[in-house]
Design a protein around this ligand. Structure first.
Ligand code: RIB
Length: 307
Protein backbone atom coordinates (compact mmCIF):
# COMPACT_ATOMS: atom_id res chain seq x y z
CA UNK A 1 0.00 0.00 0.00
CA UNK A 2 1.23 3.51 -0.83
CA UNK A 3 2.38 5.50 2.20
CA UNK A 4 0.31 8.54 3.04
CA UNK A 5 2.03 11.81 2.05
CA UNK A 6 3.49 14.24 4.57
CA UNK A 7 2.17 17.74 4.05
CA UNK A 8 2.97 20.97 5.89
CA UNK A 9 0.38 23.75 5.76
CA UNK A 10 1.69 27.19 6.65
CA UNK A 11 -1.21 29.58 7.09
CA UNK A 12 -4.08 31.12 8.99
CA UNK A 13 -6.46 29.96 11.69
CA UNK A 14 -9.67 31.98 12.20
CA UNK A 15 -12.82 31.66 14.22
CA UNK A 16 -15.57 32.05 11.61
CA UNK A 17 -18.49 34.14 12.81
CA UNK A 18 -21.12 33.11 10.28
CA UNK A 19 -24.35 35.09 9.94
CA UNK A 20 -27.15 33.83 7.69
CA UNK A 21 -29.41 36.55 6.34
CA UNK A 22 -32.11 36.69 3.65
CA UNK A 23 -30.00 39.23 1.73
CA UNK A 24 -26.94 41.45 2.15
CA UNK A 25 -27.72 44.82 3.79
CA UNK A 26 -27.34 47.94 1.66
CA UNK A 27 -24.80 50.57 2.71
CA UNK A 28 -25.88 52.11 6.06
CA UNK A 29 -28.83 49.70 6.41
CA UNK A 30 -29.64 47.35 9.31
CA UNK A 31 -31.51 44.13 8.60
CA UNK A 32 -32.49 41.13 10.74
CA UNK A 33 -30.44 37.96 10.30
CA UNK A 34 -31.66 34.38 10.68
CA UNK A 35 -28.82 32.47 12.36
CA UNK A 36 -25.36 32.97 13.84
CA UNK A 37 -22.64 30.32 14.25
CA UNK A 38 -19.10 30.39 15.65
CA UNK A 39 -17.17 27.69 13.79
CA UNK A 40 -13.47 26.95 13.20
CA UNK A 41 -12.08 28.28 9.92
CA UNK A 42 -9.17 30.13 8.33
CA UNK A 43 -7.81 29.11 4.94
CA UNK A 44 -4.75 27.41 6.41
CA UNK A 45 -6.66 25.43 9.03
CA UNK A 46 -9.42 24.50 6.57
CA UNK A 47 -6.88 23.12 4.12
CA UNK A 48 -5.07 21.25 6.90
CA UNK A 49 -8.33 19.61 8.00
CA UNK A 50 -9.20 18.79 4.40
CA UNK A 51 -5.83 17.06 3.98
CA UNK A 52 -6.02 15.14 7.24
CA UNK A 53 -9.52 13.87 6.39
CA UNK A 54 -8.22 12.59 3.05
CA UNK A 55 -5.49 10.73 4.94
CA UNK A 56 -2.37 12.91 4.66
CA UNK A 57 0.03 13.16 7.58
CA UNK A 58 -0.56 16.86 8.14
CA UNK A 59 1.33 19.46 10.17
CA UNK A 60 0.10 23.03 10.56
CA UNK A 61 2.37 26.00 11.16
CA UNK A 62 0.54 29.17 12.25
CA UNK A 63 -0.36 31.40 15.18
CA UNK A 64 -3.35 31.89 17.51
CA UNK A 65 -4.02 33.98 20.60
CA UNK A 66 -4.02 32.49 24.10
CA UNK A 67 -7.82 32.88 24.20
CA UNK A 68 -10.81 30.57 23.99
CA UNK A 69 -11.03 30.81 20.17
CA UNK A 70 -7.37 29.83 19.82
CA UNK A 71 -7.85 26.77 22.01
CA UNK A 72 -11.00 25.77 20.11
CA UNK A 73 -9.27 26.07 16.73
CA UNK A 74 -6.38 23.89 17.86
CA UNK A 75 -8.76 21.28 19.29
CA UNK A 76 -10.63 21.14 15.98
CA UNK A 77 -7.37 20.41 14.16
CA UNK A 78 -6.31 17.81 16.73
CA UNK A 79 -9.67 16.01 16.48
CA UNK A 80 -8.91 15.41 12.82
CA UNK A 81 -5.35 14.29 13.53
CA UNK A 82 -3.48 17.43 12.40
CA UNK A 83 -0.17 17.94 14.22
CA UNK A 84 -0.49 21.30 16.01
CA UNK A 85 2.85 21.34 17.83
CA UNK A 86 4.14 24.07 15.46
CA UNK A 87 1.29 26.48 16.16
CA UNK A 88 2.46 29.49 18.15
CA UNK A 89 0.20 30.69 20.98
CA UNK A 90 0.48 34.44 21.65
CA UNK A 91 -0.58 36.19 24.85
CA UNK A 92 -0.55 39.67 23.34
CA UNK A 93 -2.69 39.03 20.23
CA UNK A 94 -6.26 37.81 19.77
CA UNK A 95 -6.99 34.83 17.55
CA UNK A 96 -7.95 35.73 13.97
CA UNK A 97 -11.67 36.16 13.28
CA UNK A 98 -13.56 36.02 9.98
CA UNK A 99 -16.95 37.69 9.77
CA UNK A 100 -18.89 35.76 7.11
CA UNK A 101 -22.24 36.79 5.70
CA UNK A 102 -24.21 34.03 3.95
CA UNK A 103 -26.98 35.51 1.83
CA UNK A 104 -28.69 34.60 -1.43
CA UNK A 105 -26.54 31.53 -2.00
CA UNK A 106 -23.21 33.33 -1.73
CA UNK A 107 -20.79 34.51 0.94
CA UNK A 108 -18.87 37.69 1.71
CA UNK A 109 -16.03 37.67 4.22
CA UNK A 110 -14.07 40.20 6.28
CA UNK A 111 -11.01 38.78 8.04
CA UNK A 112 -9.38 40.43 11.06
CA UNK A 113 -6.00 38.61 11.13
CA UNK A 114 -5.03 39.09 14.83
CA UNK A 115 -2.38 36.49 15.68
CA UNK A 116 -2.12 35.34 12.04
CA UNK A 117 -0.20 38.56 11.36
CA UNK A 118 2.48 37.29 13.78
CA UNK A 119 3.20 34.09 11.85
CA UNK A 120 6.71 35.19 10.88
CA UNK A 121 9.74 33.91 8.93
CA UNK A 122 11.57 33.27 12.23
CA UNK A 123 8.85 30.73 13.14
CA UNK A 124 9.63 28.83 9.97
CA UNK A 125 13.29 28.77 10.95
CA UNK A 126 12.27 27.12 14.23
CA UNK A 127 10.16 24.52 12.42
CA UNK A 128 12.47 24.01 9.46
CA UNK A 129 12.79 20.28 10.23
CA UNK A 130 9.06 19.85 9.52
CA UNK A 131 9.52 21.38 6.09
CA UNK A 132 12.57 19.24 5.44
CA UNK A 133 10.50 16.09 6.15
CA UNK A 134 7.48 17.05 4.04
CA UNK A 135 6.54 15.93 0.53
CA UNK A 136 4.63 19.13 -0.19
CA UNK A 137 4.24 22.58 1.38
CA UNK A 138 0.85 24.27 1.03
CA UNK A 139 0.51 28.05 1.38
CA UNK A 140 -2.17 30.74 1.19
CA UNK A 141 -2.12 34.53 1.68
CA UNK A 142 -3.76 35.09 5.08
CA UNK A 143 -0.40 35.40 6.87
CA UNK A 144 2.28 38.05 6.15
CA UNK A 145 3.56 37.96 2.59
CA UNK A 146 7.18 37.94 3.78
CA UNK A 147 6.45 34.65 5.58
CA UNK A 148 4.89 33.15 2.44
CA UNK A 149 7.91 34.28 0.41
CA UNK A 150 10.33 32.79 2.91
CA UNK A 151 8.33 29.56 3.14
CA UNK A 152 8.33 29.08 -0.63
CA UNK A 153 12.07 29.78 -0.80
CA UNK A 154 12.82 27.38 2.04
CA UNK A 155 10.61 24.63 0.64
CA UNK A 156 12.19 25.04 -2.80
CA UNK A 157 15.65 24.82 -1.22
CA UNK A 158 14.67 21.45 0.25
CA UNK A 159 13.29 20.34 -3.13
CA UNK A 160 9.70 20.14 -1.90
CA UNK A 161 6.60 20.62 -4.05
CA UNK A 162 5.30 24.16 -3.41
CA UNK A 163 1.58 24.80 -3.88
CA UNK A 164 0.37 28.38 -3.36
CA UNK A 165 -3.32 29.19 -3.15
CA UNK A 166 -3.15 32.98 -3.72
CA UNK A 167 -6.17 33.89 -1.61
CA UNK A 168 -7.20 36.47 -0.57
CA UNK A 169 -5.96 38.23 -3.72
CA UNK A 170 -2.70 40.16 -3.65
CA UNK A 171 -0.10 41.14 -6.20
CA UNK A 172 2.89 38.81 -5.95
CA UNK A 173 6.56 39.25 -6.77
CA UNK A 174 8.40 37.41 -9.50
CA UNK A 175 10.74 36.10 -6.78
CA UNK A 176 7.87 34.40 -4.99
CA UNK A 177 6.23 33.08 -8.15
CA UNK A 178 9.47 31.56 -9.37
CA UNK A 179 9.50 29.37 -6.23
CA UNK A 180 5.95 28.12 -6.83
CA UNK A 181 5.29 24.82 -8.60
CA UNK A 182 1.49 25.02 -8.56
CA UNK A 183 -0.53 28.24 -8.30
CA UNK A 184 -4.32 28.01 -7.85
CA UNK A 185 -5.96 31.41 -8.38
CA UNK A 186 -9.64 31.97 -9.10
CA UNK A 187 -10.46 34.34 -11.99
CA UNK A 188 -10.10 37.59 -10.03
CA UNK A 189 -6.92 36.47 -8.24
CA UNK A 190 -5.47 35.46 -11.60
CA UNK A 191 -6.24 38.89 -13.09
CA UNK A 192 -4.55 40.69 -10.19
CA UNK A 193 -1.42 38.51 -10.23
CA UNK A 194 -1.14 38.61 -14.02
CA UNK A 195 -1.80 42.37 -14.09
CA UNK A 196 -4.63 42.05 -16.63
CA UNK A 197 -8.33 43.01 -16.69
CA UNK A 198 -10.75 40.42 -15.30
CA UNK A 199 -12.38 39.90 -18.69
CA UNK A 200 -9.04 39.09 -20.38
CA UNK A 201 -9.25 35.63 -22.00
CA UNK A 202 -8.29 33.00 -19.44
CA UNK A 203 -5.40 31.62 -21.44
CA UNK A 204 -3.72 35.04 -21.68
CA UNK A 205 -3.85 35.56 -17.90
CA UNK A 206 -2.46 32.09 -17.29
CA UNK A 207 0.28 32.59 -19.86
CA UNK A 208 1.39 35.77 -18.08
CA UNK A 209 1.54 33.97 -14.72
CA UNK A 210 3.64 31.20 -16.27
CA UNK A 211 5.97 33.85 -17.71
CA UNK A 212 6.34 35.24 -14.17
CA UNK A 213 7.85 31.94 -13.05
CA UNK A 214 5.08 29.56 -11.92
CA UNK A 215 5.44 26.01 -13.31
CA UNK A 216 1.73 25.12 -13.48
CA UNK A 217 -1.30 27.39 -13.08
CA UNK A 218 -4.67 25.88 -12.17
CA UNK A 219 -7.56 28.34 -12.25
CA UNK A 220 -10.71 27.45 -10.34
CA UNK A 221 -13.93 28.37 -12.15
CA UNK A 222 -16.61 27.70 -9.52
CA UNK A 223 -19.40 25.44 -10.77
CA UNK A 224 -17.68 25.27 -14.16
CA UNK A 225 -14.74 23.30 -12.77
CA UNK A 226 -11.14 24.28 -13.40
CA UNK A 227 -8.68 25.00 -16.20
CA UNK A 228 -4.96 24.37 -16.01
CA UNK A 229 -1.82 24.81 -18.04
CA UNK A 230 1.73 23.65 -17.49
CA UNK A 231 4.62 25.76 -18.77
CA UNK A 232 5.15 24.75 -22.36
CA UNK A 233 1.75 23.04 -22.49
CA UNK A 234 -1.74 24.11 -23.58
CA UNK A 235 -4.84 25.10 -21.67
CA UNK A 236 -6.92 22.11 -20.57
CA UNK A 237 -10.27 22.06 -18.77
CA UNK A 238 -11.79 19.77 -16.17
CA UNK A 239 -15.60 20.18 -15.91
CA UNK A 240 -17.45 20.89 -12.66
CA UNK A 241 -20.07 18.73 -10.92
CA UNK A 242 -23.76 19.33 -10.31
CA UNK A 243 -24.34 18.97 -6.57
CA UNK A 244 -26.92 20.32 -4.09
CA UNK A 245 -25.15 23.42 -2.72
CA UNK A 246 -25.53 24.19 1.01
CA UNK A 247 -22.53 26.48 1.67
CA UNK A 248 -19.74 27.50 -0.71
CA UNK A 249 -17.48 28.81 2.10
CA UNK A 250 -14.24 26.84 1.95
CA UNK A 251 -14.85 25.41 -1.55
CA UNK A 252 -11.45 26.75 -2.62
CA UNK A 253 -9.84 25.31 0.51
CA UNK A 254 -11.28 21.88 -0.25
CA UNK A 255 -10.01 22.14 -3.84
CA UNK A 256 -6.50 22.96 -2.64
CA UNK A 257 -6.51 20.19 -0.05
CA UNK A 258 -7.59 17.69 -2.72
CA UNK A 259 -5.01 18.96 -5.19
CA UNK A 260 -2.18 18.90 -2.64
CA UNK A 261 -3.10 15.39 -1.55
CA UNK A 262 -3.21 14.04 -5.09
CA UNK A 263 0.01 15.76 -6.18
CA UNK A 264 1.87 14.58 -3.09
CA UNK A 265 0.74 11.06 -4.02
CA UNK A 266 2.38 11.61 -7.41
CA UNK A 267 -0.85 11.60 -9.41
CA UNK A 268 -0.58 13.27 -12.79
CA UNK A 269 -1.86 16.81 -13.10
CA UNK A 270 -5.10 15.92 -14.92
CA UNK A 271 -6.08 13.30 -12.34
CA UNK A 272 -5.05 15.62 -9.49
CA UNK A 273 -7.18 18.51 -10.78
CA UNK A 274 -10.13 16.16 -11.34
CA UNK A 275 -9.78 14.76 -7.82
CA UNK A 276 -9.57 18.29 -6.35
CA UNK A 277 -12.79 19.17 -8.18
CA UNK A 278 -14.57 16.19 -6.65
CA UNK A 279 -13.37 17.07 -3.13
CA UNK A 280 -14.51 20.67 -3.58
CA UNK A 281 -17.91 19.69 -5.01
CA UNK A 282 -18.58 17.42 -2.08
CA UNK A 283 -17.46 20.07 0.43
CA UNK A 284 -20.17 22.55 -0.65
CA UNK A 285 -22.95 20.05 0.06
CA UNK A 286 -22.47 20.67 3.83
CA UNK A 287 -22.46 23.72 6.11
CA UNK A 288 -19.20 25.33 7.27
CA UNK A 289 -15.75 25.59 5.75
CA UNK A 290 -14.41 22.65 7.76
CA UNK A 291 -17.73 20.86 8.21
CA UNK A 292 -17.89 19.86 4.55
CA UNK A 293 -14.35 18.54 4.10
CA UNK A 294 -14.85 14.93 2.98
CA UNK A 295 -12.94 11.76 3.80
CA UNK A 296 -11.28 9.79 0.99
CA UNK A 297 -13.90 7.03 1.03
CA UNK A 298 -16.72 9.61 0.87
CA UNK A 299 -15.22 11.10 -2.30
CA UNK A 300 -14.94 7.67 -3.91
CA UNK A 301 -18.46 6.73 -2.81
CA UNK A 302 -20.17 9.95 -3.94
CA UNK A 303 -18.61 9.92 -7.39
CA UNK A 304 -18.62 6.15 -7.90
CA UNK A 305 -20.91 6.27 -10.92
CA UNK A 306 -19.11 9.14 -12.55
CA UNK A 307 -15.72 7.49 -12.73
O1 RIB B 1 -11.81 30.13 2.61
C1 RIB B 1 -12.74 30.28 3.64
C2 RIB B 1 -12.11 30.92 4.83
O2 RIB B 1 -11.76 32.24 4.52
C3 RIB B 1 -13.01 31.02 6.04
O3 RIB B 1 -12.96 29.89 6.86
C4 RIB B 1 -12.54 32.29 6.71
O4 RIB B 1 -11.88 32.07 7.91
C5 RIB B 1 -11.64 32.98 5.70
O5 RIB B 1 -10.33 32.88 6.07
Amino acid sequence: MQQEPKIVVIGSLNMDLVVKAPRAPKRGETILGEEIHFIPGGKGANQAIGLARLGAETTMIGAVGSDAFGAELQEALQRDGVNTSSIKVLAAQPTGVASILLAEGDNSIVVVPGANAQCLPEDLKRFEAKIAEADLVLLQLEIPLETVEYAAELARRYGKIVLLNPAPAQTLSRDLLSNVDYLTPNRSELALIAGVAEDTPLDQGIERVLELGVSTCITTLGAEGAAYRERGGRLLRVPGHKVPVVDTTGAGDAFNAGLAYALARSQDIREAVAFAGRVSALAVTKFGAQGGMPRLNEVAEYFREER
